[in-house]
Design a protein around this ligand. Structure first.
Ligand code: GLU
Length: 502
């Protein structure tokens, strides 16, 4: 039998982390088994549903790369079928008309609370009513709801995650399936749609566990095959409380705006309640399709850990081909005015005026990729490479220049001389730097760290020889000269207005 699974979000909000995780588990299983992934928008709550939310949900799925095979279907389009199913249940005696007045219903509820169980009072009143009276009331237009007659006994299923789950039917309310205004309730609409769409697996969040026995009873009463069910665990924040806004953004779209890569989000969502059983953590989409199975979905709640998302993002960034990353970085640098606007009048002119040899952006991206967790971080690190006048980071200056300023100045002056004379190859540059350290009887770090601050303004960067090659002779020497001048003059450094070198 072909696996037919569905994702059935209500467009009453954006695509949130929990919903996306449910969609993902369904999608992974379907893609693994060559099944059909159906998308159904459950928009029967007209007041709270909106087109904007529907669009955001579809966009979120597309962004994450979860394509669907059928749909999107809209639950509201199935109203007539939902009603027909309710009528079928009425005809077969599996449901009854409930003419209870609001007062009677309120009394029933009080009684139920007092008894701590289900009273079945509405059922008793309905059963006591003769067919003639029912007909007369209907004739008079008296409002009634249609309630499902929950049979005696137990309802059990083999849950794909939890194993056997049992409910005693006496604990289940005779649920309303059609309201007195003729609209179907959630449980009826879902069962009617799942029957219609020939769904064979219902995989959804644990919050639906208590709906499942009701839905199984409805399938049975309709004489339809019951699909398999699997309930995935809740998602909690790192503090062990149910995931909510206070733990960070809930909408998948917010992460997209923050520069999280869809591959990283996809990987992250898969680990919310699933593990491959070994210590692998970084997976591409297709690798997840292969590795995923319901057996490895965990029963205990999943913890939402933003740090892990950022880490995964860095891992996926590192694996991303530079040519794919490049346009994103370029666009951000243009937005910030670090690079001239594309095709703008400044483009060629500015580059020619300041950069005799334009900086090799692909190489820079290549070097920064393993050192960044997000595109934003990469762009922030890339920025200084394009500046004519570096701003020096105060902490870096304090640590690597000012601790022993005279010695540092001496080393940088000497270095300037050697690099000016050196052939511009990684080997020659390395020879010059290490040779100087040796002659001065200091560790190479004592030369490399001050040089790094001179070249980048900051204390951390890719390897120094890669850096010198990237910046090129003219730019590197210019930066080194400026550092020497700044250190020599002892004039206030522009890294912070109120600070001086002495
Ligand atoms: N529309 C329901 C929800 O958003 C899901 C229904 C289902 O998966 O059965 O929670």
């Amino acid at each position: 039998m072909t696996l037919r699974a569905r994702f059935a979000p209500s467009p009453t909000g954006y695509l949130h982390v929990g919903g996306a995780r449910t969609a993902l588990f369904n999608w992974l299983l379907v893609r693994k088994e060559g099944g059909v992934f159906v998308l159904r928008i459950e928009d029967t709550d007209r007041e709270r549903s909106s087109e904007e939310h529907t669009r955001a949900i579809l966009h979120g799925l597309e962004w994450l790369g979860m394509d669907w095979d059928e749909g999107p279907f809209f639950q509201s389009q199935g109203l007539e079928r939902h009603k027909a199913h309710a009528l079928q249940l009425l005809d077969s005696g599996s449901a009854y008309r409930d003419f209870s007045t609001p007062e009677e219903a309120a009394r029933d509820r009080e009684e139920e609370v007092a008894a701590g169980g289900r009273s079945r009072r509405a059922r008793q009143r309905a059963d006591a009513m003769s067919p003639e009276e029912v007909a007369a009331r209907m004739e008079a237009g008296a409002p009634f709801a249609v309630r499902f007659r929950v049979p005696d006994g137990e309802t059990a299923w083999e849950d794909g995650v939890h194993g056997e789950v049992r409910f005693r039917n006496q604990e289940i309310d005779d649920l309303v399936i059609l309201r007195s205004d003729g609209t179907p309730t959630y449980n009826l609409a879902v069962v009617s749609d799942d029957v219609d769409m020939k769904i064979t697996l219902v995989l959804r969040g644990d919050d639906h566990l208590s709906n499942t026995p009701k839905q199984i009873l409805l399938y049975e009463a309709l004489g339809r095959p019951v699909p398999a069910f699997a309930h995935v665990p809740l998602i909690l924040g790192p503090d062990g409380r149910r995931l909510s806004k206070r733990h960070g953004a809930m909408a998948v779209g917010d992460y997209e705006k923050q520069g999280i890569l869809p591959e990283a989000m996809f990987n992250f969502l898969a680990f919310l309640g699933w593990s491959p059983g070994d210590d692998r953590e970084v997976f591409a989409r297709q690798e997840l399709v292969e590795a995923f199975s319901l057996e490895r979905v965990l029963r205990k709640s999943a913890i939402f850990d933003l740090e892990k998302l950022r880490w995964l993002n860095g891992q996926h960034l590192m694996r991303m081909p530079t040519e794919e990353l490049l346009p994103k970085v370029e666009a951000r640098l243009r937005e910030e005015g670090v690079l001239p606007a594309k095709g703008g009048p400044a483009e060629g002119a500015a580059a020619a005026a300041t950069d005799p040899v334009p900086l090799d952006l692909p190489t820079l991206v290549e070097l920064l990729k393993p050192r960044s967790r997000t595109v934003e971080e990469l762009v922030a690190q890339a920025r200084p490479y394009f500046l004519d006048e570096l701003a020096y980071d105060p902490d870096a200056v304090r640590k690597h220049w000012l601790k022993d300023r005279q010695e540092t100045l001496g080393r940088l002056e000497n270095l300037l001389e050697r690099l000016s004379a050196a052939e511009w190859t990684p080997e020659a540059l390395e020879g010059a730097v290490r040779g100087l350290a040796e002659e001065m009887g200091v560790g190479a770090g004592k030369v490399i760290h001050p040089l790094r601050v001179a070249l980048t303004g900051v204390a951390a960067s890719p390897g120094i020889f890669d850096l010198l090659m990237l910046l090129g002779r003219a730019r590197s020497l210019q930066r080194l000269q400026r550092a020497v001048a700044v250190l020599r003059s002892g004039k206030p450094l522009d890294f912070r207005g109120d600070e001086t070198l002495s």
